[in-house]
Write a protein that binds this ligand. Structure first.
Ligand code: GDP
Ligand code: MG
Length: 309
């Protein structure tokens, strides 16, 4: 610092993307401590804007807390799990994260949306179980409208369906989602694959030709890994890994598709706004390992980037 104020403002906004509630307030406070403390001029205006954001965020979280069904966004993307009762939604959530939620052999064990974070290739993704969407949900039966609201707020949808169960049950859920006018990147998880009857997976894919079907079982780690990668594919995000002093970071940076080296540098909080010459790059966006590239060079999912200062 200080960087040109316009750049500073852009960087600040980028840091706030996806942050809500107390997490957003915390980030805003950190930003305040990093901003130069001028009385007037553009930096004073930025300070005022940040203070205003803190106020607004506080008001907003009070409102959200009153609405018991709201789910606070966390992580790089939010993916909703929806499907008939007993389709294995809670079990998937449990297997992919550290939350402990009730799993039942009876319908409607979970009544509210349950969020859980899972790590996919070094990026945290929020999974949200949407409980029993019954028919008529779009007409607000069973508080369906609020549940559909959560679904509408998600970036992508995973339909869950017991691979052996008749497709009809899932069709009802899909009709409710369609009736609510919700359309998102989606896939169909065929659950309980360890108990799949012969031909059940193929039959399900035939019944839902418009969705990619991914078989999964909570007792098969390889299937859980493949499922996570499929979920990542739905988010439309890419992961890049920063390299510094010959060490590659374990945590990935999540970026929108089409991101460039400049976006990677801007997302690197440790060097907020500092100048850089370009980068070295490893991975599918590189012609060869360690290729030196400029700031406008595109980056791809899985690339390793070293920012050159
Ligand atoms: N064999 C097997 N059973 C599963 C699997 N996933 C879930 N189940 C069982 O299916 C039932 C319903 O699971 P639950 O996660 O509560 O479904 P939800 O209602 O969609 O949340 C429970 O008895 C689970 O133990 C799986 O991968 N394999
Ligand atoms: Mg459940």
């Amino acid at each position: 610092m200080p960087v040109p104020h316009r750049t500073a403002m852009r960087l600040i906004k980028r840091r706030l993307v996806g942050k809500e509630g107390s997490e957003r307030v915390r980030e805003l406070r950190t930003i305040l401590t990093e901003l130069p403390n001028y009385r007037n001029g553009p930096y004073a205006d930025i300070r005022k804007w940040v203070h205003g954001q803190i106020e607004q965020t506080r008001v907003r979280s009070r409102v959200i807390q009153r609405d018991s069904i709201g789910v606070r966004r966390e992580g790089g993307a939010q993916v909703a799990l929806v499907g008939p009762p007993n389709s294995g939604k809670s079990s998937l959530l449990n297997a992919l994260s550290h939350v402990q939620i009730k799993i039942g052999d009876y319908a409607f064990t979970t009544q509210r949306p349950v969020p859980a974070l899972t790590r996919i290739g070094g990026v945290l993704v929020q999974l949200v179980e949407i409980p029993g969407l019954i028919s008529g949900a779009s007409d607000d039966r069973g508080g369906g409208r609020a549940l559909l609201g959560v679904l509408r707020g998600a970036d992508a949808i995973v339909y869950c369906h017991d691979v052996n169960a008749p497709y009809r049950a899932l069709l009802e859920v899909r009709s409710e989602v369609a009736a609510a006018g919700i359309s998102r990147a989606a896939l169909l998880a065929a659950t309980k694959m360890d108990e799949a009857r012969e031909g059940a997976l193929a039959a399900l894919q035939a019944a839902a030709p418009d969705l990619r079907v991914v078989g999964v079982s909570i007792i098969d780690d390889a299937s859980l890994g493949a499922f996570k990668e499929a979920v990542w594919g739905l988010t439309g995000l890419i992961r890049v890994y920063l390299r510094r002093d010959k060490q590659v970071a374990e945590e990935a940076m999540a970026l929108a598709q089409g991101a460039t080296v400049a976006d990677v540098a801007a997302g690197d909080h440790r060097r907020l706004g500092a100048r850089f010459r370009g980068a070295r790059i490893w991975g599918s966006a590189a012609r060869f390992d360690g290729q030196q590239v400029g700031r406008d060079h595109p980056v791809h999912d899985g690339d390793v980037i070293e920012i050159l200062v």
